[in-house]
Design a binder for this molecule. Structure first.
Ligand code: MGD
Ligand code: MGD
Ligand code: MO
Length: 884
């Protein structure tokens, strides 16, 4: 459409408003109640313009072809000024001193301090929340915060309360701290007057701003980090962020206080006797070189193993696996994908030929049925959780498969609360019904998939009654779920650790993938495919970079001579041929003396790997442990040398998020004290061992990786800085990158999707009369994994301790009241936590997160692992409970 604004013709898309047209023409139209992320409200009347002669609010008037818009008309400006004067007349004049949108509007329309009240209305403040503070006197009741909370976050925590001119925002009936607020910061970000601000951060105090990518979960939110005097003053979500689109969560937005924690590691530490003592870099590196060199000389390279960091950048992980393979000479390198989504990598590779999720995040909004299995995204991937919630509230059907009543389960059309470990039965039950009812895509199956006959045969066993017997899911609920997924126009599957972290996790992934193949809802544009919500900020990337014992960068098998040859040529040395050890195997090998040195880079294995007693013993058994960390974690305390690294806010590189996007990470701060970026440290370790890794900068490391791995051949820092995020596969510098995979053929050897016929097998760990409860472990919104970072921020005030979630019936039987301390004992260990009585867990099941060392969930979990990938069975632990 062409619109003429102040004599200038501009082209705008359908659906654009007059405001969009005016902005496209560069005409200054002030706004107050408008935010691009929200549907327009047309309430404040500040954006008045003339449209074909008539006066109209630009934000709520649709642009039309041939329209003439006039801005800055004196009569209209007078009306807008009057509207603004009425808005500010009860506000204190101090409102003008803040660098806000309101102040900018006043300047634009010539509303001076004389139009404000001398003092405020005396409505008071609410400073109860650690991050979000409210000054009611500055509120103009524009409702932007309420719309952000409802229409973007979906927390529905805010309302406009009061009468007439005293109407202001309120967090429900009580204080902000007691409200349903999930601390996403959306209200702070949108408030145009300074009424809602971040605690202790008056707007406009920053002196520099850097665009980067969040270092917590795998969503990959684009953030702008504002700094002053070498510290972060504020982090705001970037509206250009392709996944977050101007939104963030309590961690990305607020949890940066750890950067200045007095406990940050600021100098290398070297063990002298039973103490870790500060040392210079020269000494620490000399010890590393001497001990590693000695062990390699006496026991060979395979006596060394390394665990890479899914929190660190691609470039750092690339360097680390290169160090291990080319300098030490071993494939003993792995990353926490092993204990997380390794079954996704294995399952998706077997079914489709590539280990990534199949579709971009934007397919959430294209979907009319979302099937969420074993994932709790409103807590673990909050920005994606909010997008799923909004889509389900507005138009899509929602099926949730989870033993717990998660926030999404509560609003689901169908919630299948199968018992932990029952996934394969439930997914096969759904597949059987879809086949029986004909809710499948015959043509797709004939042309693009293999394995239907075997699957059909296997499914004969999975009658709804059989599935009910195993899982407790009723035949009716199973049918309802199968119908919703089976008959939708554009169904999507999104899943998490409730599928993977099981003794049969890879089978679970395969059985789930079957549903998408049966429907032809993957690789066709007729469905949103199958998408694991990868966990860590860069767990996809760490695996992509080859921080895996059997795969070189770009998923090239280390056992494949051709792949090895390509790397050998570029790296200039022969490579070890035999696949290396996986993380759990590294611990076993440490205990039986085959592994003598362990290099742990950015992973807190003593708290996060299962059966902590076993991990502890493995650390003790190793002669030499290096820990490269930002805090002195339990793992670091067990090390012989601690190397102080830098956090994501202090380094340069890239992360790959859950939907396969390479995104830039840029330093906003300097590493504290003598700490160095992990990139510098790994290079320095190589030099100490007598080799230059040949990648002096992160940009050069990624360039080299692009030469080694055809999947990323078109990706470079230069391109990312110029064009923004890029999806892999991206095979040349002029390819845009593939957001949606497998559109023409699958990446399997024969180009066809592979259905899998899998039996249901019981979990590795079983309940019995002594240990009658099933413990599920997982996450909570406010804290992150081992909690080393979030527990060192004000997030601790939002969630100060762990609780054991227990069903009211079980609590009654055990004589427990809310808050009573409960002892939780498994076959391996005992911990205690206060009870939280809630119907969100089923009777017979309890839930714990693993964020607090004082409630060490992994003292309880077992060594049972997925038979294909060795991923631990974190989701099923038999426990007994006792009131303390
Ligand atoms: N706030 C926060 N966010 C995080 C993290 C964090 O620690 N805190 N960690 C990040 C990481 S590393 C990861 S991997 C992701 C994980 O993200 P998610 O996978 O969403 O996290 P979990 O809470 O571990 O588990 C998800 C769900 O699986 C369910 N479940 C358990 N057993 C079964 C089962 O047998 N079948 C089914 N269908 N469901 C089951 C649980 O009840 C739980 O609701 O989160 C990332 N984001
Ligand atoms: N019971 C139970 N246990 C679980 C799970 C579960 O669901 N239940 N989930 C598992 C899953 S999915 C995962 S991914 C793991 C996560 O396990 P971990 O990876 O151990 O968890 P994080 O807390 O993310 O630990 C990362 C460590 O790296 C440090 N760090 C952060 N950034 C940097 C950096 O840039 N450089 C360096 N050098 N260090 C850095 C942090 O201080 C922290 O100590 O936990 C697993 N453990
Ligand atoms: Mo994870």
């Amino acid at each position: 459409m062409r619109v003429v604004v102040d004599g200038r013709t501009v082209e705008v898309p359908h659906g654009a408003s007059v405001l969009d047209a005016a902005r496209a023409a560069g005409a200054p139209v002030p706004t107050l109640c408008h935010d691009d992320r929200l549907s327009p409200a047309g309430q404040c009347r500040v954006c008045l313009v003339r449209v074909d002669g008539r006066i109209a609010a630009a934000c709520v008037t649709a642009a039309a072809d041939g329209q003439h818009v006039k801005t800055g008309d004196p009569d209209v400006a007078a009306m807008a000024r009057l509207a603004l004067e009425l808005t500010v007349e009860r506000l204190p004049a101090t409102a003008l001193e803040l660098p806000t949108e309101l102040a900018a509007c006043c300047t634009e329309l010539g509303v001076g301090a004389d139009r404000f009240a001398a003092a405020g209305r005396g409505l008071g403040r609410d400073d109860s929340h650690p991050y979000v503070h409210l000054d009611r006197d500055l509120c103009i009741a524009c409702g932007r915060c309420v719309r952000m909370c409802d229409d973007v976050q979906g927390a529905f925590a805010l309302t406009l309360a009061g009468r007439g001119a005293d109407t202001v925002v309120a967090p429900g009936a009580g204080s902000w701290a007691q409200s349903a607020c999930v601390s996403c910061g959306g209200c702070v970000d949108t408030c145009p007057t300074g009424a809602i601000t971040q605690a202790g951060r008056p707007p406009g105090t920053a002196t520099a701003a850097v665009d980067t990518t969040c270092g917590y979960c795998g969503v990959g939110c684009a953030l702008t980090v504002h700094t002053a005097d070498g510290a972060v003053s504020e982090i705001t979500p970037d509206r250009r962020g392709p996944v977050n689109r101007g939104h963030a969560c309590v961690k990305g937005r607020f949890a940066y206080g750890f950067t200045t924690s007095p406990d940050r590691l600021t100098t290398p530490l070297v063990r002298r006797g039973d103490r870790l003592e500060p040392a210079g870099w020269e000494e620490a590196l000399a010890v590393v070189a001497d001990r590693l060199g000695g062990i390699v000389a006496s026991s060979g390279p395979d006596a060394v193993a390394a665990i890479c960091s899914a929190r660190a950048t691609n470039e750092e992980n690339y360097l680390m696996q290169k160090l291990m393979r080319t300098v030490v000479g071993t494939n003993n390198v792995d990353n926490c994908s092993r204990i997380c989504h390794a079954p996704s990598a294995a399952g998706l590779s077997a079914a489709f030929g590539l280990s990534g999720g199949t579709n971009p995040a934007d397919d959430i909004e294209a979907s009319d049925c979302l099937l969420i299995a074993g994932a709790n995204p409103t807590e673990a991937h909050p920005v994606i959780g909010a997008r799923i919630l909004q889509q389900a509230l507005s138009s899509a059907k929602l099926v949730v498969i989870d033993p717990r009543r998660t926030a999404l389960a509560k609003i689901a059309d169908v919630h299948l609360a199968g018992t932990p470990g029952s996934n394969v039965a439930v997914f096969n039950g759904l597949a059987r019904i879809m086949l029986e009812r004909g809710w499948i895509d015959e043509q797709f199956l004939a042309q693009r998939a293999d394995g239907l006959d075997e699957l059909r045969e296997q499914l004969a066993w999975f009658t709804p009654e059989q599935v009910a017997e195993i899982s407790g899911v009723t035949p009716q609920a199973l049918l309802d779920a199968a119908r919703l997924y089976g008959t939708a126009g554009f169904p999507s599957i999104i899943y998490g650790l409730g599928v993977t972290e099981h003794a049969h996790g890879t089978d679970g992934v395969r059985a789930l993938v079957n549903l998408a193949i049966l429907r032809g809802a993957v690789g066709t544009g007729r469905g949103g495919g199958v998408n694991p919500l990868r966990g860590q900020n860069n767990v996809q990337g760490a695996s992509d970079m080859g921080a895996l014992p059997d795969l070189l960068p770009g998923y090239q098998p280390v056992a494949d001579p051709q792949a090895r040859g390509r790397c050998e040529q570029i790296w200039g040395c022969p490579l070890p041929q035999r696949p290396g050890l996986r993380i759990p195997q590294m611990f076993d090998a440490a205990l039986d003396g085959r592994v003598r040195a362990l290099y742990v880079f950015g992973e807190n294995i003593a708290q996060t790997d299962p059966d902590s007693g076993h991990v502890r013993a493995a650390l003790d058994a190793c002669e030499f442990v290096i820990c490269q960390e930002i805090f002195l974690t339990d793992t670091a305390q067990a090390a012989d040398v601690v190397l102080p690294g830098a956090s994501f806010l202090e380094k340069d590189g890239t992360f790959v998020n859950f939907d396969r996007r390479f995104q830039r990470v840029r330093p906003a701060l300097r590493p504290p004290g003598l700490a160095r970026t992990d990139f510098e440290i790994i290079n320095a370790v190589a030099v100490a061992l007598g080799t230059d890794l040949g990648c002096p900068t992160p940009s050069q490391a990624l360039d080299e990786c692009a030469r080694v791995a055809p999947l990323y051949a078109g990706i470079s820092h230069i391109r990312l800085d110029r064009d923004g995020p890029l999806h892999w596969p991206c095979r040349s510098p002029d390819e845009p990158g593939e957001a949606r995979l497998h559109q023409e053929s699958f990446a399997t050897p024969n180009g066809r999707a592979q259905l899998a016929a899998r039996p249901w097998l019981p979990p590795g760990e079983q309940t019995d009369a002594r240990y009658p409860f099933v413990l599920i472990t997982g996450r909570r919104l406010v804290h992150y994994n081992a909690g080393t970072m979030t527990r060192r921020t004000l997030n601790l005030r939002l969630s100060p301790r762990e609780t054991l979630d227990i069903h009211p019936a079980d609590a009654l039987a055990l004589g427990l009241r809310d808050g009573d301390l409960v002892e939780i004992e498994s076959r391996r260990g005992t911990v205690a936590a206060p009870a939280r009585i809630t119907g969100d867990v089923s009777a017979g099941q309890v839930f714990l997160a693993f964020h607090f060392p004082e409630v060490a969930a992994n003292l309880l979990t077992s060594a049972a692992v997925d038979e294909v990938t060795s991923c631990p069975e974190y989701k099923v632990t038999a426990v007994r409970l006792r009131r303390c």
